[in-house]
Design a protein around this ligand. Structure first.
Ligand code: DX5
Ligand code: ZN
Length: 228
């Protein structure tokens, strides 16, 4: 991935879903100063997931606040309709869900054609076999370690087995694919997650709900990197 060059071993991507939107600029700058690598943007449509969050307008706002890589997680049906508008809003990576019909391979190819980096995500109940035709099309595989829709849920430990298996598959391919994990990441599981083969972790509530988000981010990084 473009963003993979000269990055620290663990890519930390704070999810603004848990940020205080009345102080969005301040919150984004805070995590940027604390060493966030990416910003994770959770787009929810109320159909693919039972919650509605925000859309391209907020991605555009965050793009004006920061130069950080915009890691955009589209939890939406019919992504094709919106790919171009997310590109215009400044997204760098568009991660789509494998459970949405037509995403593999069609929508993934369209994201690539738009010149953006491409991610594919699977929910906790989705087997990894669904990803088979996607390996040659993506830069990133996002393993959901909670049921998508809400921040602040507990990490599902079985997701680590998926990470290990996918890591083995990637090792047999001549492709640089980043494995990302999303949901329930804290200082207590960051090390284990890293050991399983994760290279990018999303953290929402454990950063933004902490009394000192900058400190929380640094502690998560420490916990992840200390197990290298
Ligand atoms: C859940 C979202 C996550 C969420 C993670 O549907 O995809 O990115 O913000 O939040 P935490 O880190 O609180 O589990
Ligand atoms: Zn997410």
């Amino acid at each position: 991935m473009k963003s993979g060059k000269s990055l620290p071993s663990m890519i930390i991507s704070p999810s603004i879903l848990s940020a205080d939107f009345s102080r969005l600029e301040e919150q984004v700058k805070l995590v940027e100063m604390a060493g966030a690598d990416w910003i994770h943007l959770d787009v929810m449509d109320g159909h693919f997931v039972p919650n509605i969050s925000f859309g391209p307008m907020i991605v555009g706002v965050v793009n004006r606040i920061t130069n950080l890589y915009l890691d955009t997680h589209l939890m939406i049906n019919n992504p094709d309709k919106y790919l171009e508008v997310f590109k215009k809003s400044g997204a760098d990576l568009l991660t789509l869900h494998a459970e949405v019909p037509g995403v593999i391979p069609g929508s993934l190819r369209r994201v690539r054609e738009l010149g953006l980096e491409v991610g594919i995500s699977i929910n906790p109940e989705t087997p990894i076999e669904i990803l088979e035709p996607a390996y040659e099309l993506v830069d990133l595989i996002l393993i959901m370690s909670v049921h998508p829709g809400f921040g602040g849920q507990s990490f599902i430990p079985e997701s680590l087995e998926k990470v290990r298996k996918i890591n083995q598959i990637i090792a047999t391919l001549d492709r640089d694919i980043v494995i990302q994990i999303d949901g329930g990441i804290t200082t207590s599981n960051a090390g284990t997650v890293r050991q399983a083969g994760v290279r990018a972790m999303v953290a929402g509530s454990s950063i933004f709900n902490a009394p000192d988000p900058a400190k929380a981010l640094r502690e998560i990084r420490q916990a992840a990197d200390s197990t290298r």
